[in-house]
Design a protein around this ligand. Sequence first.
Ligand code: URA
Length: 434
Amino acid sequence: MVMVDLITKKRNGEALSKEEIDFFVKGYTEGTIPDYQASALLMAIYFQKMNPEETAYLTEAMMHSGKVVDLSEIKGIKVDKHSTGGVGDKTTIALGAMVAACGVPVAKMSGRGLGHTGGTIDKLESFEGFSVELSIEDFIHNVNEIKLAVIGQTHDLAPADKKLYALRDVTATIDNMSLIAGSIMSKKLAAGADAILLDVKTGSGAFMKELNDSFELAKEMVAIGSNMKKNTIAVITDMDQPLGCAVGNSLEVKEAIDTLKGNGPKDFTELCYTLGAYMLMLAEKAATYDEAYKKIEETITSGRALETFKNFIEVQGGNSSYVDDIELLPKANYVTTISSEEDGYIHRILAETVGLSALLLGAGRENKESIIDLAVGIKLNKKVGDRVSKGEILAEIHYNDEGRLKEAIAKLKSAYEIHTTPVEKRPLIYGYVK
Ligand code: URA
């Protein structure tokens, strides 16, 4: 088999066979296929697309390019959750504790953030001493004992995806439905869960900006999961404005803790309850959605989710007294605000633009080597649909360094669209695919 034949075939709109896709994934991972040929094939896939069979072959080949984690020693149905990413998405932090408090094992492999979306591990490192450097044995032990553990993504988890994702990033081939679906699902399948819940974001801060595309992506990923005999549900949720009010690592952790204490923002709380309910159903802990939803809600009113979270932080070496006193979490030295320049209603707060503003403050990574400032970020005082008066505060900016503050403020202001007419709030949940 020669690579140029595969490129020609795909360029001409033909489907690749399983053997051809295996050849490509293996060759590229091992370094026998050079970047320029892999780039050409990716671009051909980008324009000609892949059919569902090809997408399934690609996913399987990437999944088996490294180790498939064996979590069989964990008792119970293990449900993994994945978000396609967004601004202010601190869901794993609160949701993991809620689901674990219902007795469902949550064995989570998470990543760090790159660009404007933050990673769960970065956020959790707001707790002094917290570490995700666990051996697989300790990871399994912790999940069996307290039902919740978070570990960093191991290097040998779907290495083909790691290499291909980096290449896609610099060849403008990220936003292809099959390539995204294959990339996400290969990692989820290699991480060893029994069932998978996908939070597919839609809107300005998401990969998929259009609702139809988000549903299409959800369908592709659910089909891959089902094909691999893993119960999979995808919920399509809003990412046109940031989720909750906090954007930035320790600010988001504070908001997640507030939520576990029953004082979280309405949209974020609702999202956690909804996703939690689907996770309980996948774990066969509830027969109906309503029953599952009530069980999740009860972990907050009883304080069990908060207790589980505290335990989890402590067991992974973190200072859990921060949970009782969130003021101990990293705090920026300065806070400034932006205010509305007119009377009216907030029509839009572009999520990606808010994320980029937080990035300028130092909350995110511009490249892999960037060192992030856990304390800085943005707190929104108003959300889409709210009425504002001229001079009223729209958002707080928490910062340590004045270097790019002006730029960050200008960027944040540009995220807002305010008009005199009232506006209907966008739905938070658009539907699900199973
Ligand atoms: N997240 C991934 O892991 N892969 C993609 O291709 C896109 C988002």
